[in-house]
Design a protein around this ligand. Sequence first.
Ligand code: SF4
Length: 201
Amino acid sequence: MKAASVSETAPVPLIATDLKQWAYCRRIPYYRYVMPVAFAPTYPMRRGRNVEEAVAALERRRGLRRYGLDSGERRFGVWLRSEHLGLSGKLDLLIVTRRASFPVDFKDTRGGVRDNHRMQLAAYALLVEEAYRRPVRTGFIYASPTRELMAVPIGERERKAVVQAMAEIRAMIERGMIPEPTAVRARCVACEFRNFCGDIW
Ligand code: SF4
């Protein structure tokens, strides 16, 4: 029997942002992977990128005390990749101490940590643990409009949610069927894909 090649067995490569989008609206990964469409980045998207750069500049001048840490190494814009998970992503900030790692995601958001933020942060946690071989028990969301730093526990539940979501995204890609739209229709108003979701208007 012919042995399976790597390309036959390797999982469909995903990025950490896919996990966030899947939790936000399942159609967004569909538009990315199954029916790629040309879309214009919205103002919130462009602003989000600019804000990340501004926050990184600010964070470089700050200490670690507000993370509850006495010492640690800070790394900005860290590219992470796991062959095993078929997952990659660029993390805004990683703090590495002798005993643990702490992923930090900068968000242009108000109103606390949302499920999709938690999902993306947990995806980074899996990548960081594999790359740095230190446990991740806590990550942080930095909300740039309010300058609020929010600690997010990363436990088994969050890890399992990421693994399950990756399986669901890959199953969706395999089926090639457009998922149901998000039930939260307010999300559609500023969505960069709204022109392609004709069935919801
Ligand atoms: S317009 Fe609404 S349903 Fe369509 S991709 Fe965007 S958030 Fe999802």
